[in-house]
Design a protein around this ligand. Structure first.
Ligand SMILES: C[S@@+](CC[C@H](N)C(=O)[O-])C[C@H]1O[C@@H](n2cnc3c(N)ncnc32)[C@H](O)[C@@H]1O
Length: 288
């Protein structure tokens, strides 16, 4: 799909942070939510109406992955499918969670390649490391860290992938600057993420649990692609997108108090957000 800048929230305003929450409160809420997921293993693969691994990843792909990674997967797309990974490459997964995409990447880059998963939630990192050990992935390493300050040297990566994570960051521009820094010249990003199509109802926009649930931190296509370009990337391309229906967005809000909120009764939640798959390239001649 060609890049299309015409759709944006009706107000022209991107979704701001919940009015009462500081950046640190947002980060804490995000870590708490994914720590619980890491410990419980109740992921979108467990029959949640909003998504399912079966609809995100082909069944043949799922069957090659450790059950433990599938059990905590929480993505909204399949970034390795658009990443053109080849044997020997170095890949960094921003917000690797239980490791599902890192493990997929590890299979594609093979023993000569290397995959680094970066995640800010200690419990997720521990769980992903355990899965890697138990399943014998020797070319994958999970590091605790924020994607705004990636614990890796400059120009180490051929590809940065990410699945439903950058929407959670209170500083998306800094995330793309970090991706640019750690990529080799000519390196690429391939991300799946939630993008805002129309303004969210105030009750959702201001809700901290809706932020950690990958809804209210989403920004417009214009702002998202602008952050990628602003970091220095070229050939920014929306590969495809999937617009959420009412039931699908409701599914994302299932774990928040909003699912029972009388103010949202009868409110149409269709066409407010979409899952995008986006690629871009660090210019071949550009050093960090
Ligand atoms: C929705 S889950 C997606 C996990 C994984 N990508 C997947 O597809 O299953 C979001 C993950 O990103 C991590 N995360 C959120 N914000 C982050 C940040 N600023 N830096 C690093 N990790 C972050 C969370 O801890 C969580 O594991």
């Amino acid at each position: 799909m060609k890049r299309n800048r015409t759709e944006k929230p009706k107000s022209g305003k991107a979704s701001g942070s919940p009015s009462h929450a500081s950046e640190e409160e947002i980060r804490r809420a995000v870590r708490n939510r994914y720590a619980k997921l890491a410990q419980s293993g109740q992921s979108c693969c467990d029959g949640n109406a909003s998504c399912s691994c079966g609809s995100i990843y082909p069944q043949a792909t799922i069957s090659t992955l450790p059950d433990d990674a599938i059990a905590v997967s929480a993505g909204c797309g399949n970034p390795t499918a658009i990443a053109s990974l080849r044997p020997g490459m170095t890949v960094v997964d921003f917000g690797s969670g239980g490791g599902i995409d890192a493990f997929l990447a590890a299979k594609k880059v093979g023993p000569e390649g290397r995959v680094y998963g970066i995640d800010a939630t200690h419990e997720m990192v521990l769980r992903a490391r355990r899965t890697a050990n138990e399943s014998g992935f020797e070319n994958v390493e999970f590091r605790l860290g924020e994607i705004e300050h990636v614990p890796l040297d400059a120009e180490v990566a051929d590809v940065v992938i990410s699945n439903c994570v950058i929407n959670l960051s209170p500083d998306k521009k800094q995330v793309f600057r970090e991706a640019f820094r750690i990529l080799k010249p000519g390196g690429r990003i391939a991300v799946s993420d939630i993008v805002l199509l129309n303004e969210l109802p105030d009750e959702i926009r201001k809700d901290l649990a809706a932020w950690s649930g990958c809804v209210s931190g989403a920004v417009s296509e214009e702002e998202y692609l602008g952050a990628i370009e602003g970091a220095g990337f070229e050939k920014v391309k929306v590969e495809d997108r999937f617009v959420y229906r009412h039931e699908q967005l409701s599914g994302y809000l299932k774990e928040t108090d909003l699912s029972e909120d009388p103010r949202l009764k009868g409110v149409d939640l269709s066409q407010l957000v979409a899952s995008y798959r986006i690629t871009a390239m660090k210019p071949a001649g550009r050093k960090t």
